[in-house]
Design a protein around this ligand. Structure first.
Ligand SMILES: [Zn+2]
Length: 360
């Protein structure tokens, strides 16, 4: 049988190769005037809940702690406020600047991440989905995770864009596979059909959505008191991440405006200060539009983060700051923030170094 590496194993292998070869040290020395923004979601304390299928949104807290210890010793972890001010004034960034961000607003940001941020004195930004914190909106991807995780049905027949398919749901692995298969199709749907489709899938799977206080622990939202305490510490900035977490490019102009304004106003009402930074849900190149960027500007935001993987430079557009995903190890964090991944990409583009093709 041919041995294959999972995408995550391949990423770890690449990271280890870059560090072992010294490319990360070289890249780090050359990366002045640039910053890397890292994206996290929730954290978990290793007590895996069988009900949660997608653990990619909940990094084990021990890995987060090791990443923070590494960054605190080797990098300048700066706040979003400092990054924005450096770009606005054009007066330069500390060499090897890194930013930590958390999307959605999970309770674990307070219970698990905040003590570690305090221990290492590292600033961070939490992007709050305000309806999630209010307890009035459930995150659609959590509803799907729980529907596939808890249904008693053995399969679901589904009309994919490529045709009808039967998704088997007997084992946990099958449920995870079914969820991963369905999510890309769902993310492409227009927003006006979206929530009714989520409700239809729940009915097809014969499950009812759980109220917020019955969610498995990793899926629970921050409370506004916890958000206030983190903000008051001076270490955590609270940014905006819409009110209901739709993919904005699938929304009408009216819905985009409502998501931005409601989110801004809820944060302002709860924390006494308007947020200046926003994160686009999903955040890929096709997930937000020029209208979203203009809408944010009109609503008084000065910065916004995408999920387009790249480094921030002093020339970066403040309302489309690139970010990296969640590292699954300290090696991956180092290869990312040192600029090693980018250096190899640039090197391959310019020199066609075929022997490095394993790093593509
Ligand atoms: Zn999000």
């Amino acid at each position: 049988m041919k041995a294959t590496l999972s995408p995550s194993s391949r990423q770890k292998f690449k990271a280890a190769a870059l560090i072992g070869s010294g490319i990360s040290s070289l890249a780090k020395r050359r990366s002045g005037q640039e910053a890397s923004i890292m994206t996290f979601h929730g954290l978990c304390d290793g007590m895996g809940d069988e009900k949660v299928l997608d653990w990619s949104l909940h990094l084990p807290v021990e890995i987060f702690r090791r990443v923070c210890a590494f960054l605190a010793s080797n990098y300048h972890v700066i706040s979003m406020h400092n990054l924005v001010s450096a770009i606005e004034k054009g007066d330069g960034l500390e060499p090897n600047s890194v930013l930590l961000t958390f999307d959605d607003g999970y309770a674990s940001n307070y219970h698990l991440a905040f003590p570690i941020l305090k221990e290492f004195n590292l600033p961070a930004t939490v992007f709050a989905t305000t309806g999630f914190l209010d307890g009035t909106e459930r995150l659609w991807f959590q509803r799907m995770d729980l529907a596939f995780g808890t249904t008693a049905l053995p399969h679901l027949d589904w009309d994919f864009e490529h045709g009808k398919e039967r998704l088997q749901l007997t084992t946990r692995a099958q449920r995870q596979e079914a969820l991963l298969k369905l999510l890309p199709d769902l993310k492409r749907m227009p927003d006006e059909d979206f929530l009714s489709e989520i409700g239809r899938i729940e009915r097809l799977l014969d499950v009812s959505p759980l109220p917020p206080d019955q969610l498995p622990a990793p899926m629970r939202a921050l409370t506004w008191d916890q958000a206030r305490e983190m903000k008051t510490s001076g270490l955590v900035e609270i940014g905006a991440h819409t009110h209901t977490h739709p993919i904005l490019a699938r929304c009408s102009a009216t819905a985009i405006e409502a998501e931005i304004i409601t989110c801004r106003d809820r944060i302002t009402a709860e924390l006494g200060e308007a947020p200046f930074v926003f994160a686009y849900p999903n955040g890929g190149p096709g997930d937000y539009t020029k209208e979203c960027v203009t809408g944010l500007k009109d609503a008084g935001f000065t910065a916004a983060c995408s999920m387009i993987n790249s480094r921030v430079t002093l020339e970066s557009s403040l309302l489309e700051l690139p970010r990296y995903g969640t590292p699954e190890s300290v090696w991956e964090a180092e290869a990312t923030v040192s600029g090693a991944f980018e250096a190899v990409k640039a090197w391959r583009r310019s020199a066609s170094n075929t022997f490095m093709s394993f790093l593509s």
